[in-house]
Ligand binder design. Structure first.
Ligand SMILES: [Zn+2]
Length: 504
């Protein structure tokens, strides 16, 4: 079955750079051309539209995105009363344990979350509200007790020793795990499907799924693998575990992904070299020393691509140092293979010039989230509150990364920020630090071919060329034209692996 998609312009992000139509045969692009099109079984006319390769989101949590979508009003709350009101509404339409995601106090006038007493007053059922960045949650008393979080490190306590309802670190992991393992397979499948449909509606055709199997159990990934072919977007699963053998058993060529070496700036758990400006500590190392070194070495020697989550400068230094030790032990052929493996660092936000250079020498690949800067960078933003202007201003050095020739792919970390690639591209273009901004086309490339390369899928994804996957998206205006505003720009049509998965 050959389908011809005819638009005003096609950007291939390959050679030749532009065309007027794309001929698709089944799951693949047959060719892109100009002028009289070849015959096809079906013609889709898109007059005035611009076609691009489908977007690749290099860092997504599908189940979490589905949970966020169930109650987006939680993310819109701008004060404690608004958050409590949103929670009341969610509780009214649900039964049983209730987990919601997305509140963010960093833009509130009073940056204090609600108290445990306020949460307890809402319901006697277990209730947890995960902060936007996922690294901190609020829990009422039943949730703290039933999840087992109460007995673990990370439970915040008031001067009288009573839990405040805020949990971080291990307690936060246990809390979220308890809610997730209590979801049925059916619910997990439905959450993932709705998240994948949301991605497709924003022009995303492939997501790198960070399946938190150590933190949330195997259910999420098992359901995902079982329904992978049915999802409207292509999925590249990263099993988030230190268990290299488990990844091999699953038949996956990669391990780790979003594996936390540290936490987040928002939860003050990102692992820093110098203390937080507003907290007398340097954050938390979740994975370090011999344990980190062993994981990276074993993963590499098993032939896998290895990824880790590292945000703070101390976390990044620990990861890069550990990789340098693995690299030094290899011969020159082994070193070439090492660099070609594109081991990944997720987030890499506090990458200073020295760390950047050392990461570049190792051929490490960076999976970045430009919308983090849009949300939390800049004067008065969360990063400045936590780190001061100097450290905050040096974060997320996208232009420097590209200039150094490093592999860089873009993602959302959805549900942390919106899965909309237009928001990410605008964030690249409008970086709070002007010297680190990207041009429109560079930003689009980071979100297409850049992401494809992070999963070794160049030639298959990220560009429209003969033999590539038929992953494409048509917009009513040309997103590559810097004069076109990206705000609210939504696809007319999204095609993933030759399937029309979104039509507006
Ligand atoms: Zn992460």
């Amino acid at each position: 079955m050959r389908t011809l998609y005819r638009a005003s312009r096609v950007h291939t992000l390959a050679h030749p750079a532009t065309g007027e139509w794309v001929l698709v045969d089944g799951r693949h692009v047959e060719r892109v051309g100009v002028g009289d099109p070849p015959s096809a079984d079906r013609v889709v006319e898109l007059p005035g539209a611009t076609i691009l390769p489908g977007f690749v989101d290099a860092h997504v949590h599908l189940t979490g995105t589905g949970i966020h979508q169930q109650a987006p009003e939680v993310g819109r709350a701008r004060s404690v009363p608004e958050l409590l009101e949103a929670l009341r509404g969610v509780l009214a339409r649900r039964t049983g344990p209730t987990l919601v995601h997305g509140w963010d106090e960093s833009a509130w006038d009073l940056r204090e979350p609600p108290t445990r007493a306020e949460l307890d007053a809402l319901t006697d059922r277990p209730l947890a509200a995960v902060r936007a960045d996922g690294h901190l949650s609020l829990a009422n008393s039943p949730a703290l007790v039933l999840s087992g979080a109460l007995a673990l490190p990370g439970v915040e306590r008031d001067p009288a020793g009573e839990p405040t309802g805020v949990v971080r670190g291990e307690a936060n992991v246990a809390l979220q795990r308890w809610f997730t393992v209590n979801l049925s397979r059916h619910d997990l499948g439905a959450l993932q499907l709705s998240a994948a449909a949301l991605a497709a509606s924003h022009g995303v055709t492939c997501v790198h799924e960070m399946s938190m199997i150590d933190q949330r159990g195997m259910g999420e990934l098992e359901v995902l693998l079982a329904q992978r072919e049915r999802l409207p977007v292509d999925v590249v699963p990263y099993p988030v575990t230190t268990d290299v053998g488990r990844a091999i058993e699953l038949g996956l060529p990669r391990v780790g992904g979003d594996l936390p070496v540290d936490g987040s700036i928002g939860a003050r758990t990102a692992w820093l070299r110098e203390p937080y400006r507003d907290a007398g500590h340097r954050g938390t190392a979740f994975l370090a020393g011999e344990e980190l070194a062993t994981f990276l070495r074993d993963g590499h020697l098993a032939g896998l691509q290895v990824g880790v989550h590292a945000i703070g400068d101390a976390a990044l230094a620990a990861v890069i140092e550990a990789w340098e030790a693995v690299y030094r032990a290899l011969d020159s052929r082994g070193r070439r293979h090492f660099r070609a493996r594109r081991h990944r660092i997720e987030h890499a936000e506090m990458l200073d010039p020295d760390l950047l250079e050392r990461a570049a020498m190792l051929g490490l690949a960076l999976s970045v989230q430009p919308s983090f800067d849009a949300a939390w960078g800049g004067p008065g933003g969360l990063y400045e509150q936590a780190l001061g202007a100097e450290r905050a201003g040096a974060m997320n050095p996208f232009r420097s990364i590209l200039t150094r020739g490093m592999e860089m792919g873009a993602g959302s970390d959805s549900p942390i920020v919106t899965i909309d690639p237009m928001a990410a591209i605008a964030a690249f273009e409008g970086h709070h630090e002007p010297s680190e901004r990207l041009l429109r086309e560079e930003a689009v490339r980071a979100h297409t071919i850049g992401g494809a390369r992070l999963a070794h899928q160049e030639g298959k994804k990220g560009a429209l060329e003969p033999g590539a996957h038929a992953d494409l998206v048509a917009y009513p205006a040309d997103p590559l034209d810097p004069g076109v505003s990206l705000e609210g720009l939504r696809p007319l049509l999204t095609v993933s692996l030759g399937r029309e998965v979104h039509v507006s």
